[in-house]
Design a protein around this ligand. Sequence first.
Ligand code: NAD
Length: 313
Amino acid sequence: MKAFVTGGAGFIGSHLVDTLIKQGHTVTVYDNLSSGNKEFISQHLEHGACRFIKADLLALKKVEKEIAGHDTVFHFAANPHVRLGETHTDLDMNQGVVATYNVLEAMRRHAIKKIVFSSSSVVYGETTELSLPETYGPTLPISLYGAGKLGAEGLISAFCGTFDFQTWIYRFANVVGARGTHGVIVDFIEKLRKNPHELEILGDGKQCKPYLYVSDCVDGILFGFAHVSEKMNLFNLSCDTTTTVTRIAEMVAEEMKLNNVSFNYTGGIRGWKGDVPRFQLDAQKINTLGWKATLTSDEAVRKAIRDVLHANL
Ligand code: NAD
């Protein structure tokens, strides 16, 4: 495979790049390093195992030039911060929807037909059901980030319908692990490094979500890609357990060997506007094909805390 990985210098993208290279594929990483880190792929660059293009997906002509000659696109670049939409209202429109359009249009111009996309559980919005299968609808996101993901899914589906593209769309749970640069674990560790006595926790701490370890995530993506070949392949990617925010705080304090940390809750059921406080993704569709996460949500969180604390790359 000749893989073009957008966001390949990011947290999940760089782990995907590791595996693709290990499997012997040719890889180009296209990343503007806005939230990624070239260090994450430096071992491949040193050995000439991967080509790196530092550029923005909003520059369509550049994407069109660099994408030529590839056969499969893994589109992982996006704004990763769900919360930023509150203050930067055009961010997910540009990084989620316009960037995805540019990728698809560049692919169309070069007759590249396969796209694997990193979507998110947040497309489901706030629902009455707790466990959500891929067939759940209507999908009504409550964050601008979620709207960007759903818009991107819609565009990908339309390019499949109109130009015979083929896609594998994955709606991830919260992904955690080595090279994690954002999210609740990183936030708690940073806060406790500054003040080991007190920890501010957004919301009431009862927010409860599934956490998927990054190697399970990459494994699931490539498993689905290898095992199904419909025109539209849509999967939830998750373990089948959840972890509360307070439990994460306790585990971070334990791993940092801090006793008597006072947890100060900002209150309310959600961490911020647009946060979906409780959900579980139903991963039966991909489980039935033969893939299952190897770590539970608590195990993934514990392992990720250790990775981030010890800066395991
Ligand atoms: P990340 O920030 O580490 O990776 C995103 C990468 O995209 C970064 O390297 C960034 O520099 C690059 N990028 C952003 N905008 C770009 C642009 N306009 N042009 C070129 N490169 C650009 O985040 P991540 O957590 O690894 O997320 C990867 C993908 O998975 C994202 O699409 C994210 O929305 C999605 N996702 C992540 C999670 C999670 O829990 N981490 C959950 C659901 C979905």
